[in-house]
Every structure is written in structure tokens, then in C-alpha cells.
Design a protein around this ligand. Structure first.
Ligand code: CA
Length: 700
């Protein structure tokens, strides 16, 4: 390992010298070592720590910065330098990018911002005007993970499936293309990546009737260069590739009618050494093999390598064959060269949702090593061919079954980081369980979610499940020994945020309760913290302008954590903002406290029997709970229906079926629900409001 680090440092010094030589020739040497973000700059991003020009900092996506003005000795003087209120209560997940003193980020609804990175002064803002009712086609809030920079342009994937190129100087649109079937249940939440003049983009939708794919567009023109599907389509039509023909043999029944799933909704990594693009695919659609198809169902829940030039598949590794638990393999992939058993190995690492930490050979996709990094009950281990030994009970799902990790994953999209000096990977780990039960009488719905999860399940297993409280940690993982070196448990359980590692022997991470913390990288001692007032999911990043190092992060809590998924704990919903810190910073934030008043007793009346209210409960769980909250208790970023006033109740059907609040993000359910069904839901909402009002009014 030490040899490896020495070698890396030597190689990096060579690159630094090469970059300095380029600088002598460039005109803008004084401000930055590289004039534009081009292929050479992206390949040498590691030796240009003043800038952060691609999602994971470098092509290897290690999120390690060599900046060390902020270090374990000085971090106690770190303070807020500037902040910007993004005017949203929705989830924020982006990694800001910085180039030559300008910070680019996205916010909820795919808005793009450019700031003076030193002062926080807004330079421009771009709103793609995503139709708000497209919120129906996202499982986990209207989030966006950020932009890509290339040759003076900023690239963003919009929630409604458009890929948009903007002028970096002005935010003016250069081109835009629709990358998904228009009005189909696809969405983009992930950040684009650049590979040799191509913009690589995936999309989300495995909780819907979608067929996963990844596309490459010409960065200059916006023309489609290639598109590669992840699951086979209708076998009566020609297969697009040999890989699809091979995959079709692992499916049965009429799987293509529900799309199959396998969305490329987050991680995409370019490997310039091998000219491969790696990505992970999502769960199958629907979630349960009995509703979808028997068999392994390639290439769902898989890590896949393609040739960057033509999108041809090179290898695949399926982490969860025949996935039955929403174990997407879309978590961040990280490239590194590690010395394993005396051999230098070019590895690809992933902390998968399913609880295993995988290390694959980047060239062949062969498993190098694997170890569980969390408590799991769906499998007992992995065999020598890389296949899990499954716990049959979790696949059979008789009645309802408690499955660990939960469908939120032991680790999810939250980026992890790797410090080559300590040799450790830093990542948030969530220990939570899912209550998996299959919807009775499930059928395909082309207009809404089709996971097959029975969110209305009530029974003794649920009582047992409710007692199991989620826990969360920041974990330092040794990827060579495949073991945990230290952990810090978070007081507020919930998915903890992405991480940043720096040469200052620090790890930065935000928490569900709004605290941003700096830990000593070697032992996890908390050295600094700042209360942002809003739960943090996004990863911090760092940059330097005018000799000052800054640490920036987005604070904004959303996603499944607040959208009706009680398995992942609670975070602090508050004003979404971008914050930038530096040594000696003394800015403050306005005080914010979310006050939830007692639920008022509704004055609106609707006659309904207990049987009708119960039917309404089942419908609410299937169609409404994922945004408005389990049992009509909202997490705070989407309207809590128990507080609805009489005029809202009077137009309940106009809103739900007629789309009267479409512009506010409430889609029409006219294709999913009949008028009598909407009435049943309404009766249940009113019943829950009355019940909550009674409890709130009772003396304590
Ligand atoms: Ca999923």
C-alpha cells in the first residue's frame, strides 16, 4: 500500500510538472493552471486542486483534495464566509463545481446557478422550467446532483429528461435535446459526465414502467452518438446488440411490457486509461421477481463497462441477481490502484445498496474481493463466482418480510471519498430495514409507480418492524483489508450525507440534523462543526480562490427520507442553501425554526363508513403517501394534507383528478384513480386530520 502511495505521488508530481509546463504557454496562467476544461484538464484534475471541474473531483471520483490550508490544526478557525438561500424546501443533492473562481451548482427542479466563488455574488441563474407535474415520475424528490463543465459550457440533465448545454459565461442555452420519451415516466436526477467530447447521461425510472439506458451526446452539437440499453426489449423485435440477446435468455414471461427497469440513474465513471465508461443499473421493474420475471434478469442491479467510443458492452457484474429488494447498483463507483496481496490492481469500488463492498478488476469486471460493510439478512455471503448465497425467506416474501438493508440501501447515492494517504474510504452507512410485502392484485400502470410494494400492509410483522429503529454512521473503510477501521454513530438516524476527504487529514460530512462536521481522517475525532439548520445529504467539496481555501456544501433535506418512507429516519427540513466556509469566516445564518402548529379539526364534512375510510387508506398508501407522507404525516417539504383548509377540501377532486394544482407540483391522477376512489382517499385524509387534531388537542 505504501509503495502504491509513493508511486501515485511520483506520478502526480510528473503530472504537476506537465501542467506547469502547459501553464507557461497558456495566457491565463495567473488565475489557473488550465485555461479551459478540456480532456487534458479533466485527466489532470487531481493536480489542479484550486478547481473542482467534474462531479467526483477527478475521473477516478475519489473526492480527495490536495488543498491543506484547512487542516487538522487550523480547522477550528473555519467559519461561514457566505451563503445563498436557494428558496426551496426540497432536497438538494448536487456537488458544486468550481472553475477559475466561478462556482456552478444545481438546485431542486434542475435550476442552475453560477456564483462568484469568493463572495457568493450571483452571476447568473437558469431555470429550465420543468413542468412541475413531472414530480409524479420521480421516486425520491425533484433533486439534481449537478452539472458537467466542458470547453466553456455547462451541461445539466433536467428532471423532465432534457439534456441542456449552457454558455458558462452567461447561462444562455446553446442546445437542448430530449433524452427520454417525452411525457414518459422517466426523469434525470444524475450529473452528466464528459468522456472525450461526449456528454454521457442516464435517467431514472426503475420504480415505473421504464426500460433503462445510457446515452452519449456530442458535447459540441447535442447529436446522439450512441445509446445502450441495460435490459432487453420485446424479443419479437431484433435485439440491439449481442449483449441484449444474451440478457434476454435470463428473463421470462412478458417482462418488456413493464419495461424491465435497470435505470442508470446515478453513477457514471469514465476511465481514460482503458477508455471505458462504467455505470450501475437500478432494480428491475417491478421490484418483485414473481411480478416481473424469474431468472437473473440481466443487466438489472449490475455494474457494467462499455467502450466509450461506441457504447459496446465490455463486461458486466451483477451484484444482486434477480433483484427482489430494490437493491440498485447505482451507488458511486470509485476507481483506484490498490496493492492487494502484493499486486497492483486497477480496481473499481462500490458500497452497494445490498450491504456488500465490492472491488472489481476494471479491465475484466472480475471480482477481486467483497465483504459486507453492514448488517444484512438477504444473503449470507458471496461464492467464488461472485454470486450471493441468498436467504430464501427474503425472496419468498410470504405475507410480509423484514429485509435488511432497507430499500434505501446500506449506502445509496451519497458520494464516498478516498484518502490515498490514510488508504481509507469514508462513507455514510445506514442500518435500516424494509417491510417488504407484495401488493395483492398488482397490475401494470404505465402512468404511475409499479414497484409492487404493498405500502398499505398491516399485520403483526409491521408491529415488529416499527420497533426496529434505523441507525446511521460515518465509516472509515480499509479497501485493501476490506474492514472497518473506525466509525462514528450519528445521533440523528437517517442516511448521512456524502463525504469529502482532504490532504489536511480531514473528512467533511453533513448530517440529517443539519450539522456539517470535520473529522480527523485517521481516527474519526470530531474537530469542527457548524449548524446549518437544514439537513444535509449533499457531499461537501473544496476549492481555492485568491490564496484562500473554501469548503462548500448544499444544505437541503428531501428525498425518500421525508417522502413517506419512515424506514430511513428523520432529517431537518429547512430553507435550502449553498454555504461556503473559509478560515476566519464570520458570517452567520438567520435563525430558522420549523414550527409545526397543532392540526386543526377540519370543518369540511364528507359522509363515509369505516369500511370506506379503510379503502381510502389503502389507496392513499399506494398513490399519495410517497410524497404526502405515510399516514398523511408530511416530512415538511411537501404539503401536509391534514392542514388543508375548507376551500382545498371543496376542490379535492379537481386537484387530484383535474390537475388544478399542477403548477405547484401536484400532478393529475385522472389516469390512475376514478372519482369514487378519490372520494375514498378524501374520506381517509379527513379522518386522519380529525384523529391528529384530537391527539394534538389532548392535554399532555
Ligand atoms: Ca430503485
Amino acid at each position: 500500500m505504501l509503495d502504491d502511495i509513493a508511486m501515485r505521488h511520483k506520478a502526480s508530481r510528473r503530472l504537476a510538472l506537465a501542467a506547469a509546463a502547459v501553464c507557461i504557454l497558456a495566457i491565463s496562467c495567473g488565475r489557473s493552471r488550465v485555461a479551459v476544461v478540456d480532456d487534458a484538464a479533466l485527466a489532470a484534475a487531481d493536480v489542479d486542486p484550486a478547481n473542482w471541474i467534474t462531479y467526483g473531483h477527478t475521473y477516478s471520483e475519489q473526492r480527495f483534495s490536495r488543498l491543506q490550508q484547512v487542516n487538522e490544526q487550523t480547522v477550528s478557525q473555519l467559519g461561514l464566509t457566505w451563503s445563498f438561500d436557494l428558496g426551496t424546501l426540497r432536497g438538494l443533492e448536487a456537488t458544486p463545481l468550481v472553475k477559475d473562481g466561478v462556482l456552478y451548482t444545481t438546485s431542486a427542479w434542475s435550476l442552475v446557478y453560477a456564483f462568484d466563488a469568493r463572495t457568493g455574488h450571483l452571476q447568473w441563474q437558469y431555470d429550465p422550467h420543468v413542468p412541475k407535474d413531472h414530480a409524479k415520475f420521480v421516486c425520491c424528490d425533484v433533486v439534481n446532483r449537478g452539472v458537467a463543465l466542458y470547453r466553456g459550457r455547462v451541461y445539466v440533465g433536467a428532471l423532465d429528461g432534457r439534456l441542456i448545454a449552457l454558455e458558462a459565461k452567461t447561462g444562455a442555452v446553446v442546445w437542448e435535446v430530449q433524452t427520454t420519451p417525452k411525457d414518459g415516466p422517466y426523469a434525470i436526477t444524475g450529473a452528466p459526465r464528459i468522456a472525450k467530447g461526449r456528454v454521457i447521461i442516464g435517467n431514472a425510472g426503475s420504480e415505473y414502467a421504464t426500460r433503462g439506458y445510457i446515452s452519449a451526446y456530442d458535447a459540441e452539437t447535442g447529436n446522439l452518438i450512441w445509446r445502450t440499453y441495460t435490459v432487453p426489449g420485446d424479443p419479437s423485435k431484433p435485439f440491439e446488440s449481442e449483449a441484449m440477446r444474451h440478457a434476454a435468455a435470463t428473463w421470462s414471461g412478458e417482462w418488456w411490457k413493464a419495461g424491465g427497469g435497470g435505470s442508470v440513474w446515478d453513477t457514471i465513471v469514465y476511465d481514460p486509461e482503458l477508455d471505458f465508461v462504467y455505470f450501475g443499473t437500478g432494480n428491475g421493474s417491478p421490484w418483485y421477481d414473481r411480478l416481473r420475471s424469474k431468472g437473473d434478469n440481466l443487466y438489472i442491479a449490475s455494474i457494467v463497462a462499455l467502450r466509450a467510443g461506441n457504447g459496446e458492452q465490455v463486461w458486466h457484474y451483477q451484484t444482486t441477481p434477480g433483484d427482489n429488494w430494490d437493491y440498485d447498483a447505482t451507488e458511486p463507483l470509485m476507481l483506484a490502484t490498490l496493492t492487494i496481496e502484493g499486486w497492483q490492481r486497477r480496481v473499481l469500488m462500490q458500497a452497494n445498496k445490498n450491504g456488500f463492498f465490492y472491488e472489481l478488476d476494471r479491465e475484466t469486471g472480475k471480482l477481486i474481493s467483497v465483504r459486507p460493510y453492514a448488517e444484512i439478512n438477504w444473503a449470507t455471503g458471496i461464492d467464488s463466482n461472485g454470486r450471493p448465497f441468498e436467504n430464501a425467506a427474503t425472496r419468498e416474501l410470504k405475507d410480509a418480510t423484514i429485509v435488511r438493508p432497507s430499500s434505501a440501501g446500506a449506502h445509496n447515492w451519497h458520494p464516498m471519498s478516498f484518502n490515498p494517504v490514510t488508504g481509507l474510504v469514508y462513507m455514510g452507512v445506514l442500518d435500516a430495514t424494509s417491510l417488504q410485502a407484495v401488493t395483492p392484485g398488482w397490475k401494470i400502470n404505465l402512468h404511475d409507480q409499479i414497484t409492487g410494494l404493498d405500502r398499505a400492509y398491516r399485520g403483526p410483522v409491521r408491529e415488529q418492524w416499527l420497533k426496529m429503529k434505523p441507525r446511521g454512521w460515518l465509516v472509515a473503510w480499509d479497501p485493501v483489508a476490506q474492514r472497518e477501521v473506525w466509525q462514528v454513530e450519528h445521533p440523528a438516524p437517517g442516511s448521512s450525507g456524502g463525504t469529502l476527504a482532504t490532504a489536511g487529514n480531514l473528512v467533511f460530512q453533513g448530517r440529517a440534523d443539519g450539522k456539517l462536521q470535520a473529522y480527523r481522517a485517521t481516527d474519526g475525532k470530531v474537530l469542527w462543526e457548524f449548524d446549518t439548520g437544514t439537513g444535509i445529504m449533499a457531499p461537501p467539496m473544496t476549492y481555492q480562490v485568491g490564496g484562500t481555501q473554501y469548503v462548500a456544501v448544499l444544505a437541503g433535506w428531501g428525498g425518500p427520507e421525508v417522502l413517506g418512507n419512515r424506514a430511513t429516519g428523520k432529517g431537518k427540513v429547512g430553507p435550502g442553501k449553498l454555504l461556503s466556509f473559509s478560515l476566519g469566516g464570520s458570517a452567520t445564518l438567520p435563525h430558522y425554526e420549523r414550527v409545526v402548529p397543532p392540526v386543526p379539526t377540519p370543518t369540511f364534512h364528507l359522509a363515509a363508513s369505516r369500511t370506506e375510510i379503510e379503502k381510502g387508506r389503502v389507496l392513499f398508501a399506494a398513490f399519495c403517501a410517497r410524497c404526502h407522507g405515510a399516514e398523511v404525516v408530511s416530512g415538511g417539504s411537501v404539503t401536509d394534507l391534514r392542514f388543508s383548509a375548507t376551500p382545498t377540501h371543496e376542490m379535492f377532486e379537481e386537484i387530484v383528478r383535474g390537475g388544478a394544482r399542477r403548477v405547484l407540483g401536484m400532478p393529475s391522477f385522472s389516469e390512475d384513480l376514478t372519482s369514487p376512489q378519490v372520494r375514498l382517499i378524501h374520506a381517509y385524509v379527513l379522518d386522519r386530520a380529525r384523529e391528529s387534531a384530537r391527539i394534538d388537542a389532548a392535554p399532555r
